[in-house]
Design a protein around this ligand. Structure first.
Ligand SMILES: *[C@@H]1O[C@H](CO)[C@@H](O)[C@H](O)[C@H]1NC(C)=O
Ligand SMILES: *[C@@H]1O[C@H](CO)[C@@H](O)[C@H](O)[C@H]1NC(C)=O
Ligand SMILES: *[C@@H]1O[C@H](CO)[C@@H](O)[C@H](O)[C@H]1NC(C)=O
Ligand SMILES: *[C@@H]1O[C@H](CO)[C@@H](O)[C@H](O)[C@H]1NC(C)=O
Ligand SMILES: *[C@@H]1O[C@H](CO)[C@@H](O)[C@H](O)[C@H]1NC(C)=O
Length: 415
């Protein structure tokens, strides 16, 4: 029997769901997937997950696709997209973080501070979210589904044109003796002044895209082990194995790299790029990105010293759209002595080191700038971001629960 791990959240103490998940409206190779939300208020246990047969899943996919086709499509041209050039390093100040619903575990526990970088993600209006969710469900012709839980909504507001919502819902099956449910995630759009919900053209996420983690490293053995351990846990808990790690290594002396990757999970899911000389981050990232095989793969530039939230790959797929959207989840920087459970610190809102985009978009914006950023700290992430924005790509930005950067003594990587 297959098992899935799920999580009891503080909001509903004692509640217990047996969940089965369906990703987007496309059948994924990962029909069953559980989630853990990081944080102090979460305990985990395993429940049986093989609640649907393959045939039932196919029928459900067809049924949900049919329901969605009754929504009109609409052009999606947010007024904040940049056409033309912007001043160097001005990109990050033009990006507003999106609103989320429900409240997530992103409070940095430093109450009383006026600085918004300590604050949790800004909350979408409950009434607005429920109107949108209900509108979606009432558009559905059959009455086969009901909303069991709003798992997560991300609202991107465009003061000029309207609001885009990524609705990530658990839909219950009506009159099902087993109370089964499916997971549904779709971008919808509501134009300003209209109360019709539509499907924004081109905003289709791919539930079967492979996520390539891209890392550059020199003598950070312990942190490579930390990353691999966390990634392995994430994969085991969710069943998500549609990923690959590309690590560009400058002859690290404190780790046997190929040995670190020789686990049953990672052996076939990694590539080591061997580089020599001084640590040269931009070059290393470009070399690693070159090793991503296809234009329709997602490249996720990651970093060491950072936890891997269990559902991050899923979130990357939903918020990264070829030719349209780049995902830059914000990282929480933990204070010395703080940890991912009692997370104290601040959200690094000016940091854009973590970025996910399709390889086709990476090529379009030119990847990292190796000429201006050689072996000095900083600036290369802002430079990339400027070029992303000038390519008229939308940047999705939220504080990501569990995406914490651990305090560590001053980096020795850069000369
Ligand atoms: C960002 O938010 C500010 C303040 O709410 C607003 O004036 C501005 O238009 C927003 N910018 C974008 C790009 O949405
Ligand atoms: C399904 O849910 C209903 C209402 O929440 C409950 O009364 C019933 O016992 C549940 N059935 C099963 C099999 O869990
Ligand atoms: C989604 O990703 C898979 C795996 O990379 C690819 O084979 C497929 O063509 C993609 N689908 C779309 C619609 O781009
Ligand atoms: C690293 O580990 C591999 C596989 O376990 C082994 O074959 C190799 O000799 C090791 N390299 C070093 C430098 O110890
Ligand atoms: C880099 O070195 C490792 C270990 O020696 C080896 O397994 C790997 O294939 C090399 N990578 C490339 C791209 O040659």
């Amino acid at each position: 029997m297959r098992f899935l791990w799920t999580c009891l959240r503080r909001r509903r103490p004692g509640a217990f769901d047996t969940w089965s998940f369906l990703f987007g409206i496309v059948i994924s190779s990962l029909p069953f997937m559980g989630y853990i939300l990081f944080g102090p208020h979460c305990t985990c246990s395993s429940v049986p997950a093989n609640l649907f047969t393959t045939k039932q899943i196919l029928d459900l996919v067809a049924s949900v696709s049919k329901e969605l086709s009754s929504l009109p499509t609409c052009p999606y041209n947010p007024s904040f997209l940049i056409r033309g050039t912007i001043a160097r390093y001005s990109g990050w100040s033009r990006i507003n973080e999106s609103l989320v619903f429900p409240r997530d575990d992103t409070d940095m526990l430093s109450r009383g501070s006026p600085w918004h970088w300590f604050q949790p993600s800004p909350l979408a209006d409950r009434k607005k979210v429920s109107v949108v969710v209900n509108k979606l469900l009432t558009t559905f012709q059959s009455r086969k589904y009901y909303v069991k839980e709003v798992y997560k909504v991300i609202q991107k507001s465009d003061p000029g044109n309207g609001d885009r919502f990524l609705l990530d819902l658990e839909l219950g099956l009506m009159n099902d003796p087993l109370n089964r449910s499916i997971r549904f995630a779709q971008h919808v759009y509501q134009r300003k002044g209209s109360d019709i919900l539509c499907l924004p053209e081109g905003m289709n996420w791919n539930s079967s895209a492979t996520v390539y983690f891209i890392l550059a490293v020199k003598d950070q053995g312990l942190w490579v082990h930390h990353f691999l351990k966390q990634l392995t846990i994430a994969s085991l808990l969710t069943g998500d194995t549609n990923f690959h790690v590309i690590i560009a290594d400058f002859q690290s002396k404190d780790i046997n790299m190929s040995e670190a990757f020789s686990t049953s999970l990672l052996r076939s899911r990694h590539t080591i790029i061997n580089l020599t000389g001084n640590f040269y981050k931009t070059l290393a990232l470009n070399k690693a990105a070159e090793a991503v095989p296809n234009a329709h793969d997602i490249l996720f530039v990651f970093d060491l010293h950072i936890d891997v939230p269990v559902d991050i790959m899923d979130s990357v797929r939903k918020n990264t759209i070829a030719g349209r959207m780049v995902y830059c989840p914000a990282v929480g920087r933990l204070d010395q002595g703080s940890n991912s459970v009692e997370h104290r610190g601040f959200w690094q809102m000016d940091g854009y080191g973590l970025v996910a985009m399709y390889k086709s978009d990476w090529i379009r914006v030119g990847g990292m700038n190796t000429n201006d950023y050689t072996d000095k700290w900083g600036g290369e992430d802002w430079d990339l971001l400027d070029r992303v924005l000038m390519a008229s790509l939308e940047v999705e930005r939220i504080k990501y629960p569990g995406l914490y950067h651990h305090y560590h003594p001053k980096q020795k990587q850069w000369n």
